[in-house]
Design a protein around this ligand. Structure first.
Ligand code: MF3
Ligand code: CO
Ligand code: CO
Length: 275
């Protein structure tokens, strides 16, 4: 039912619906790309504060990626013209950086995807501008827990649906909702590949996880209803009820006995507050 394809090294692969299974060369490539994504997000902790524009943060991210000899995979992707997505408060994902000024109490997601030697490191974290209210910080913490519980379910022999089931159960426990319109995805040489990683799924369903699979887990959790809509700019996804939304994203690889997180923060800045 689900087709797998063995990828030896850095050969060209296609979006043909197959789930790629990588070897040591792939793991080495993803480790490098994931580490750069994590270092950039670490540096963002210093940039995020009230009064700063999202465009200024994006410009700093672009410089960091280019200085590292990498390329922002989002630039030119389906017409997108920026080096990051920055999604504030009720923006679920794909917020476009620009003139918008951060204000005290905002929560925001910064999502980066450096392309390093042909491998994609895709990761996002939440940040606080000043001091957000307790209910916003609580949403952010639980969303991070959702991501990590999803990752804990990712091991060989498990099914892809086990990940979404773990995420959904934790969100429901806190009376939050999981966004259905956007998913995690296979990645590697390709930015968005099979499989689609659904964040609210049924345990025991979906393809079997096998060593060498690379994919993201990137749950978007809303304080209110799950419904999303995309604004007329064609990118910005917001909650229909204007409730706050949070998201974290890691890129992972399935190993023989569990999984490896390629995008973990070297500074321990995986979840705010970043002190
Ligand atoms: N990084 C996003 C993801 O997690 C994709 C952004 S595509 C863009 O898949 F074009 F909006 F930047
Ligand atoms: Co992603
Ligand atoms: Co991303």
């Amino acid at each position: 039912m689900h087709e797998y394809q063995i990828v030896e090294g850095n050969e060209t692969v296609y979006r043909d619906g197959t789930i790629k299974l990588h070897g040591p060369e792939g793991f080495a490539g993803m480790r490098k790309a994931g580490r750069l994504a994590a270092e950039i997000l670490d540096a963002c902790a210093e940039l995020v504060k009230p009064g700063v524009t999202t465009g200024a943060i994006d410009a700093a991210i672009r410089s960091m990626i280019l200085d590292a000899g990498a390329v922002p995979a989002t630039m030119g992707y389906r017409g997108y013209a920026h080096s990051s997505c920055i999604s504030i408060n009720h923006v679920i994902c794909h917020g476009i950086p620009g003139d918008k000024v951060l204000k005290d109490g905002d929560i925001l997601n910064i999502d980066v995807t450096p392309l390093v030697d042909g491998w994609h490191g895709d990761s996002s974290r939440m940040f606080y501008a000043g001091e957000p209210p307790l209910k916003a910080r609580r949403l952010v913490e639980v969303t991070y827990e959702c991501l990590m519980l999803g990752i804990a379910a990712a091991r060989p022999g498990a099914r892809l649906g086990d990940i979404g089931a773990a995420i959904e159960a934790h969100a429901a426990k806190h009376r939050y909702s999981v966004v259905h319109e956007f998913c995690g995805h296979g990645l590697g040489r390709l930015f968005h590949d099979a499989p689609e990683v659904i964040h609210a799924a049924k345990a025991g369903t979906g393809p079997e996880l096998k060593p060498g699979m690379f994919f993201t887990i990137e749950p978007m959790i809303n304080l209110g209803k799950p419904w999303a809509k995309v604004l007329s700019d064609g990118w910005t996804a917001v909650t229909r009820d204007k409730s706050l939304s949070a998201q974290f994203e890691h890129s992972i690889g399935i190993t023989e006995d569990g999984c490896e997180i390629f995008t973990k923060s070297p500074m321990g800045r995986d979840c705010p507050p970043y002190l």
